[in-house]
Design a protein around this ligand. Structure first.
Ligand code: ATP
Ligand code: MG
Length: 684
C-alpha cells in the first residue's frame, strides 16, 4: 500500500493537485468527496458502497476532488470558497476549507497532514465518511451524519451532535470506538479527529428527529421508524437520532402475509385480541385525530392470556429477543425515555400490579400527560422536555386507579378515562379468548398464538404505515373527516343518552381504536372482513360501560363504591355498638373493646345498622385517593348521609360513654336494602 507523503501536504492543497485520471472507482470518489467537502454522491447507498469497496487511494488523488467533481463544489451552493454561506451551516469562510485540505481519506482511513511539512502524517481513524449536515426541528443539535464500517462489515450510521465536540470529545470517541471504528489513541490523532469532525461540512443536509412517529417533512407528514421513513420522500432526509438509552424493538421478521396467516387469522372471533391489535394500529392515528396519550388496561385474573394478548398486539409493531412488550415495573424508572421512544406507537406494558403503588399515580398521570421534565442530554439528545403520544395497552390484575389509591394517591378521573380498564376475561370459560380455532384448549391456543407472534412481527405496521401515508398524501382532509365521522357514529350507536364527558371521552378512544382496526383491514393487513374490528371494539366498550354501572361521573360512583366496600369489610369488626358502650360509676369503660375503631353502629327502627364514622377514618381511609367532600356531597344527594348543621357533612352527636363526637352518619340504605344492612344479622 502506497502511503507516500503527498508533495504539498504542508501547505493547503490546491485543487490542481488532484490527479483526476487516477481517481479510482467512483466509490472512492464518493467517500473522498464526502470527507473533503466535495459534493457527495446522490444517495447514501453510494457512500455505504464506498466504504465497502474503498480501494487504495494514490496520494495525488486525495485532498481535493477530481476535476470532474471540482467545479460543482467550488462554485456551487455553499461551496465555502470565499465564504458564500448558504445559510445552512456551511463553513462561511475559507479557513475551514483550507483546514479540510489537511485531511485525506485512504483505504485504511483518515489521515491528517500537519501544516509543518517536517512532521509526519497522522493516521487519525479508520475509514469514515460524513454524508450530511444535521440539525433538529428547533434549529438545534447541529451535527454531522457519519457512516463507517466495523470489522464485521456492518455499516454504522450516526448523526453526531457537534455539541459533543465541546470539551475533550471523549463521548464521540467512545461512541465511535464502541461501534467498531478504529480511532488512533495518541493525542495528536485525537485532536486531528476533533478538528476534522468540527470542520467537515457535507453539502447534503438531513433533519434529525428525536423520536419515532409523525414529523412534518418538507413535502408533508412523514412517519419515522428507526430504519425507515414513511411518507413523501422528496426533500430532506430525516434521521432518527436516538438518545441511545433505549433499545428499540421496531424489528421486522416475516412478511405481512406470514403475520396475517399465523397471527391475524387466530385473532378472528376473539374480541380482546382484536381490540388489542386494533389499538396497536390506532397508535399512529392519535396524532391525526388530535387525541391524547392513553389506552386500555386488560384487567383480570392470572393465567387467562393477558400477557399473550400484549404480545400479539406488540407483534404488529415489532419484537426481538426481548420482545416488544415492556414491564410496568421496569419502566417506572426510565419511563420518560421509554414513552418517548414509543411516540405515535404502541406502548405495551405488562404486569401493572408489579409497579410500586406509590409510583402508580404519578406515572399514570405523566404517561397520559404526554411529556416529561425538561433536561439536557449528555449525548446531545433532546434538550427540550421529552414528549410523546402513545397508545398504551397494559395488563394487570388491578386497575391503575386502584393501584394509585393503594399508594395513597388520589385517583384522578382523568387517569381512569385515559387508561380504560377492560375486563380481560371474556366470560366464556376460556379466559381472555372466545374462539380457539381448532386448538384443544384455551391453554393450547394461548401457547399457539404466543408462539406465532414470536415468529412473525413488525411487518404489519410497516404495510399499514405505507398505506396510511399514501392515503394521507392523496387526501389528508378527507382522512381526518373519515376519522371524525367514525367517532360521531360510534358515539351515536353505542353511548347511552345523558352520558357524561368521561364516558364520551372513553367512547372516543374506542372509536379511534376501531378505526385503526378497520383501516388495517381495509389495507389488507389483518385479513379480517370489514366491520370485524368495529364489532369487537364495540363489544368491549359495552362491557366497560356495563362494569362501570353508570353513565354518571366516575368519582361519584367510585366514592359510593368505596364507602360500601369499607362497610362490608369492616362493619362487624371495626364499629362499636352504640348502645353497648358506657362508663360505669367508677368511670371505667364497659362493653366491647374495638381495636382500630372506625366508628359506631346503631340499629334503626327497622332493625338495620346505621353507621357513624369518625372524620379521620372517613377522610383518611374510606375516601383515600378521592375528594372526601365530594364523596360526602354525593352521599347526601343520594340520601345516604345525614348532614350536620351549618353546611357540615359530619354531625355532632353524643355517644354513650364518649360524649360529644363529630361523626359521619350513614343511613342503613347505603348498603342497599334498608332492612338488610346488617352484617351480623341485625341488632347485636
Ligand atoms: N385463557 C387461558 N386459559 C387457560 N390457560 C391459559 C389461558 N391463557 C393463558 N393460559 C396459560 O397461561 C400461560 C400464561 O399466559 P399469559 O402470560 O398470557 O397469562 P396472564 O394472564 O398474563 O397471566 P399472569 O397474570 O400470571 O401474568 C400460557 O402460556 C398458557 O399456558
Ligand atoms: Mg401476564
Amino acid at each position: 500500500m502506497d502511503e507516500e507523503e503527498p508533495q504539498a501536504a504542508a501547505s493547503p492543497r490546491k485543487p490542481s493537485r488532484a490527479k483526476s485520471e487516477g481517481a479510482g472507482p467512483d466509490a472512492v470518489r464518493a467517500m473522498r468527496a464526502a470527507a473533503t467537502d466535495a459534493p457527495p454522491p446522490p444517495n447514501v447507498e453510494g457512500v455505504r458502497e464506498a466504504l465497502l469497496h474503498a480501494t487504495e487511494v494514490k496520494p495525488g488523488d486525495v485532498g481535493a476532488a477530481s476535476e470532474g467533481d471540482k467545479p460543482k463544489r467550488r462554485k456551487g451552493k455553499g461551496g465555502g470558497n470565499g465564504g458564500d454561506d448558504d445559510g445552512n451551516g456551511r463553513p462561511p469562510d475559507a479557513t475551514a476549507e483550507i483546514l479540510l485540505r489537511q485531511f485525506e481519506q485512504r483505504d485504511v482511513g483518515l489521515f491528517w497532514f500537519p501544516p509543518d511539512s517536517s512532521k509526519p502524517k497522522v493516521h487519525v481513524c479508520g475509514p469514515i465518511a460524513a454524508i450530511a449536515r444535521t440539525r433538529d426541528d428547533h434549529g438545534e443539535n447541529w451535527g454531522v451524519l457519519l457512516t463507517w464500517k466495523d470489522n464485521d462489515g456492518r455499516q454504522h450510521e450516526w448523526p453526531m451532535p457537534r455539541a459533543m465536540l465541546a470539551g475533550g470529545g471523549d463521548g464521540v470517541r467512545e461512541y465511535l470506538l464502541s461501534r467498531g471504528l478504529y480511532v488512533a489513541p495518541d493525542q495528536v490523532a485525537r485532536q486531528a479527529l476533533m478538528k476534522w469532525l468540527s470542520i467537515v461540512a457535507p453539502i447534503d443536509s438531513a433533519r434529525c428527529v428525536g423520536q419515532v412517529g409523525w414529523h412534518q417533512g418538507p413535502a408533508g407528514l412523514v412517519f419515522v421508524l428507526p430504519d425507515k421513513v414513511y411518507g413523501p420522500a422528496d426533500g430532506e432526509r430525516m434521521i432518527l437520532q436516538s438518545s441511545g438509552s433505549v433499545v428499540h424493538a421496531f424489528n421486522e421478521v416475516g412478511s405481512v402475509e406470514d403475520w396475517r396467516r399465523e397471527v391475524g387469522s387466530l385473532c378472528a372471533g376473539n374480541t380482546r385480541l382484536i381490540l388489542a391489535v386494533a389499538a396497536a394500529f390506532a397508535a399512529s392515528l392519535l396524532h391525526l385525530a388530535g387525541d391524547e396519550s392513553g389506552g386500555i388496561n386488560f384487567q383480570g385474573a392470572s393465567r387467562i392470556g393477558k400477557s399473550t394478548t400484549l404480545r400479539v398486539a406488540g407483534s404488529v409493531w415489532g419484537g426481538g429477543p426481548q420482545g416488544y412488550t415492556r414491564n410496568w415495573r421496569a419502566t417506572a424508572n426510565g419511563l420518560e425515555s421509554v414513552a418517548a421512544a414509543h411516540s405515535d406507537a404502541l406502548l405495551a406494558l405488562d404486569e401493572l400490579g408489579q409497579m410500586d403503588p406509590r409510583e402508580a399515580g404519578e406515572i399514570a398521570y405523566m404517561l397520559a400527560n404526554g411529556s416529561g421534565k425538561a433536561r439536557a442530554g449528555r449525548d446531545g439528545g433532546a434538550r427540550h422536555a421529552l414528549y410523546w403520544r402513545a397508545m398504551i395497552v397494559s395488563t394487570g390484575e388491578t386497575s391503575l386507579a386502584e393501584l394509585a389509591q393503594e399508594g395513597g394517591r388520589r385517583a384522578k378521573a382523568g387517569q381512569e378515562v385515559r387508561i380504560v380498564d377492560v375486563p380481560a376475561d371474556a366470560g366464556g370459560g376460556l379466559g381472555l379468548f372466545e374462539e380457539l380455532h381448532g386448538s384443544e384448549s384455551a391453554d393450547a391456543f394461548a401457547r399457539r398464538i404466543k408462539d406465532a407472534a414470536g415468529r412473525c412481527y413488525g411487518a404489519p405496521i410497516r404495510a399499514y404505515l405505507a398505506g396510511l401515508t399514501e392515503r394521507l398524501a392523496r387526501d389528508k382532509d378527507g382522512f381526518s373527516d373519515w376519522l371524525a365521522k367514525r367517532r360521531t357514529d360510534f358515539v351515536a350507536r353505542h353511548v347511552p343518552e345523558g352520558a357524561t364527558g368521561q364516558v364520551l371521552s372513553v367512547a372516543g378512544r374506542f372509536a379511534l381504536i376501531a378505526s385503526g382496526g378497520e383501516l388495517a383491514s381495509a389495507l389488507g393487513v389483518t385479513g379480517w372482513d370489514a366491520g370485524i374490528a368495529d364489532w369487537a371494539v364495540a363489544l368491549c366498550f359495552k362491557e366497560w360501560l356495563d362494569r362501570r354501572g353508570t353513565v354518571g361521573a366516575w368519582e361519584d360512583e367510585t366514592g359510593l363504591g368505596q364507602v360500601r366496600v369499607f362497610i362490608e369489610a369492616h362493619g362487624s369488626s371495626r364499629f362499636e355498638n352504640w348502645e353497648a358502650n358506657h362508663r360505669d360509676l367508677a368511670g371505667e369503660m364497659k362493653g366491647e373493646k374495638i381495636i382500630n375503631r372506625a366508628g359506631f353502629k346503631r340499629a334503626n327502627d327497622a332493625g338495620a345498622w346505621e353507621y357513624f364514622i369518625t372524620p379521620e377514618i372517613f377522610k383518611g381511609e374510606i375516601c383515600k385517593g378521592l375528594d372526601a367532600r365530594q364523596v360526602a356531597r354525593v352521599l347526601v344527594e343520594r340520601g345516604f348521609l345525614v348532614p350536620g348543621g351549618g353546611g357540615k357533612f359530619s354531625r355532632s352527636l353524643t355517644v354513650p360513654g364518649y360524649g360529644k363526637l363529630r361523626l359521619y352518619h350513614l343511613r342503613a340504605e347505603i348498603m342497599g336494602d334498608a332492612g338488610d344492612g346488617s352484617d351480623d344479622g341485625g341488632k347485636g
